[in-house]
Design a protein around this ligand. Structure first.
Ligand code: GZL
Length: 330
């Protein structure tokens, strides 16, 4: 009898222990985490895809509360949003800085409030690296190098037969003035071109990463240089797509009379390549949501984050567009 009682007690202990193992009491993984995210705006298809990635990923984390703010591409709106997140006492602040400079004061306020800051997509230029815990996003200098390397390797086979290789005139549509991608893509592109003196940038101006401004600036380039233009380098696909409209309205064939190289690899670029109007797009992935919220969970669980989380990316020339387009997520 005594043995039976002992057996039942042992069974009950094992059952209780087993239940506790399956349903642990709430721990760090369940603690609610409030994240304040300041997004630049909705200036391009890339940005829209980036926002979608962040918002949809946040929904997959039951313990994440996302406070999302759109700055309409104005730094003062981002600074206001960050100050509001600080006042609300969020657990983590993340943002994509519209330009590199001017962030130190507000990031010091976040630090004084004990709120960690994650840089998403773009970096900041500050002399105090303790003001942010990690920067996740692409290597823009490498994207500029990839654009230039593809151009010097492929221009001769793609150009109009009557065009010379002695001097190749390039016009450049830069991204937002002062932004990390605009600064770094230009640096990477020019670093490679320095080895090929026959490739010359004859005009360079910001199109602010938008289709409309890209078209407007390309119209001005065509008015000034016309058929002298051999190549367009666009810092993003949206400006290149706007420029394609300007080139067609001017009476030239984009992708043939003017070889076009751009960056992002958004759906619109693949569609333009299928029409033969764009020659190559260098990938810059906006799908940062999964990395961002993994970093937030790790940070709040007390884990050390790497200072730099780089996204792996490729280069998509016109000849692969048909095969690759169905696989694209943005
Ligand atoms: C790059 C991102 C840039 C894209 C543009 O990571 O910051 O901003 O290249 C977007 O399309 O507007």
């Amino acid at each position: 009898m005594r043995k039976l009682v002992m057996m039942n007690v042992l069974l009950i202990v094992v059952l209780i222990f087993g239940v506790l193992m399956i349903c642990p009491t709430s721990d760090a993984a369940d603690k609610e985490i409030v994240v304040g995210f300041s997004q630049i705006g909705a200036e391009s298809a890339w940005r829209v895809a980036n926002t979608e990635s962040i918002i949809s990923e946040a929904k997959k984390h039951p313990n994440i509360v996302l406070k999302f703010s759109d700055a309409q591409q104005k730094q003062e709106n981002q600074i206001k949003a960050i100050r509001s997140f600080i006042a609300q006492g969020v657990d983590v602040i993340a943002f994509s800085p519209v330009v590199e400079t001017g962030w130190t004061p507000v990031l010091k306020e976040a630090k004084r409030a004990g709120i960690p800051v994650i840089l998403s997509d773009r970096a900041v230029d500050t002399d105090d690296d303790s003001l942010w815990v990690t920067f996740m996003g692409s290597d823009f200098v490498e994207e500029g190098r990839r654009a230039a390397n593809w151009l010097v390797e492929n221009y001769e086979r793609l150009k109009n037969p009557d065009k010379s290789m002695d001097v190749i005139n390039i016009v450049e549509l830069q991204g937002t003035v002062g932004s990390a991608p605009a600064i770094d893509r230009k640096d990477g592109f020019e670093e490679v071109l320095a080895k090929y003196p026959n490739f010359k940038i004859i005009k360079s101006q910001s199109g602010d990463f938008t289709r409309s401004k890209g078209k407007e600036v390309m119209e001005a380039f065509l008015k000034a240089e016309g058929k002298k233009i051999d190549v367009l380098f666009g810092h993003n696909d949206d400006m290149a797509i706007g420029a394609i409209q300007a080139i067609e309205e001017y009476g030239l064939k984009p992708g043939k009379d003017i070889i076009i190289v751009s960056i992002d690899a958004v759906r619109g670029a693949f569609e333009a390549m299928l029409e033969g109007k764009l020659n190559v797009t260098v990938e810059c992935s906006p799908l940062l949501g999964p990395q961002l919220f993994q970093a937030v969970q790790d940070l709040m669980a007390g884990k050390e984050l790497p200072r730099r989380i780089v996204t792996e990316e490729g280069v998509f020339p016109q000849e692969v567009a048909a095969e690759v387009l169905p696989t694209r997520k943005y």
